[in-house]
Design a protein around this ligand. Structure first.
Ligand code: FAD
Length: 431
């Protein structure tokens, strides 16, 4: 994709008047930004997306959940994703020592909707979403970093600097911040919180890489993400996300300020922790295809999700924890909700950003937050590794959340998450 590619919505579909460069300016062309842009363009609004990097670019977040397929479908982005040959994913396998649980996302509580999805190299996935959104009329400007914002509903100005060192401004009626880990507006407006965002959230660190995995174990299921828990220190866990080209994403999460790892380099930590598990023989012939990466203190949230002239999407609004691969699904869900509100605003309706955006988005985020807490305090691991076979309906409720259906109020585990988690834990606790 060229460094700075410009396509605009048809003049006939453009609502911005001559004073504006576009109706809606979006910061960031990750999944949140492109899904929002696609919905808005399809509804006839003119959209400019300013993206700091040149695509393709690496970003972590490679295992999708089935629920995001529904959003991709409604956004008209699914065909392009399905045609790309990504690795099919139908569930998750959890391993802890000799304990093993395989979960099939198709055995969920939903009446309708996707039960399968993909594991994706994000460099390609994000580029496909961006290109399809450009084809639909969005003007995505790569290599354009937003440096400043002046925001007022109906009159917003973003300052940018591009890769050539040129500066400029984009004037729009509203700004969508989908800048992910960049968290442009939260930092600029002083509304960013970081660090602990849930009961059991301490700062954690991830060390990860891509490998040509050479896995030959016939029992290994490439259609599932493998989540391995450290046999002794159960707050340490690992992901193995296979891709369709024989490579895989491998990573480990451990407490950031842990004396056990003081003074050790990333490679030593990675090798030692992998060596403690069954991943070591599974990956015995694996060869790295990327250098090790590390990211720490990634959990974040903002005091507010919207304000005068702006809304925050995806990771810019907040990020919980990678354990249930919920990040991209939440990002896409936020994009769809915000786009619907902006389309209503464009049709002359007054948007109540709390009722129309923040509250419905937070319903699902809170469900995931309860799951994350229950994972790290051990309750969810007990539920996962000791599921009572008898109660199929309860199992389906749990599987639904793991498949990303965290907003379905018909599911008691969404509506009364803590109560049901407690009840399930008591049912499953062998002691
Ligand atoms: P991003 O994908 O980060 O996109 C934001 C874009 O904004 C970027 O392209 C960036 O260049 C651009 N940008 C930033 N600053 C500026 C600026 N100043 N001007 C212009 N553009 C800017 N999620 C999953 O769903 N599945 C997983 O398996 C998973 N694993 C994870 C593992 C780890 C260790 C971590 C930390 C996270 C994981 N996630 C996972 C979460 C996932 O990475 C994010 O939730 C997801 O990428 C958020 O999408 P987004 O569109 O909000 O932001």
């Amino acid at each position: 994709m060229p460094h700075s590619q410009t396509h605009t919505c048809h003049d006939a579909r453009t609502n911005a008047d001559a004073n504006y460069d576009c109706d809606i300016a979006i910061i960031g062309a990750g999944p949140a930004g492109t899904v929002a842009a696609k919905f808005l363009c399809d509804a006839g609004l003119s959209v400019i997306v300013l993206e700091a990097q040149t695509f393709p670019r690496f970003v972590i977040g490679e295992s999708l959940l089935p629920n995001c397929m529904n959003v991709l479908e409604r956004a008209g982005l699914l065909d392009a994703v399905q045609d790309a040959g990504f690795q099919h994913k139908n569930g998750a396998v959890f391993e802890r020592g000799v304990q093993y649980q395989s979960i099939d996302f198709r055995e969920n509580f939903e009446d309708a909707g996707w039960g399968t999805t993909f594991q994706v190299q994000r460099s390609r996935f994000d580029q496909i979403l961006a290109q399809t959104t450009i084809n639909a009329g969005a003007d995505i400007r790569f290599g354009h970093k937003v440096t400043h914002a002046v925001l007022r509903d109906g009159d917003c100005v973003l300052d940018f600097e591009n890769d050539a060192g040129e500066t400029g401004q984009i004037r729009s009626t509203f700004v969508v911040d989908a800048s992910g880990y960049g968290r442009v507006l939260p930092r600029m407006l002083g509304i960013a919180k970081s660090g602990s965002i849930s009961d059991h959230s301490i700062a954690r660190r991830a060390v990860f890489t891509h490998m040509r995995d050479h896995i030959s174990d016939p029992a290994y299921d490439r259609e599932k993400i493998l989540i391995t828990v450290h046999p002794v220190r159960t707050e340490i866990w690992y992901w193995l996300i296979p891709f369709s080209d024989g490579t895989a994403s491998v990573g480990v999460i451990y407490p950031d300020q842990d004396p056990e790892f003081d003074g050790l380099d990333d490679q030593t930590i990675f090798d030692r922790l992998i060596g403690d598990t069954r991943l070591a023989p599974l990956l015995a012939k694996a060869e790295p295809t990327r250098p090790l990466n590390a990211i720490a203190g990634y959990s974040a949230q903002s005091d507010t999700l919207f304000g005068d002239g702006y809304v925050l999407l995806g990771n810019s609004a907040g990020f919980l924890d990678p354990v249930f691969s919920s990040g991209v699904t939440i990002a896409m869900h936020s994009a769809e909700l915000a786009a619907k509100a902006l389309i209503a605003r464009n049709n002359g309706r007054t948007v109540d950003w709390d009722a129309d955006y923040a509250l419905p988005l937070n319903k699902g985020v809170e469900t995931f937050r309860a799951y994350v807490d229950a994972w790290y305090d051990g309750r969810l691991q007990t539920i996962i590794f000791n599921q009572p076979d008898a109660d199929n309906k309860l199992k389906r409720m749990v599987v639904s959340i793991l498949a990303g259906y965290a907003w379905n109020l018909e599911n008691p585990l969404v509506n009364k998450t803590d109560r049901y988690l407690e009840m399930l834990h008591d049912l499953c606790d062998p002691s």
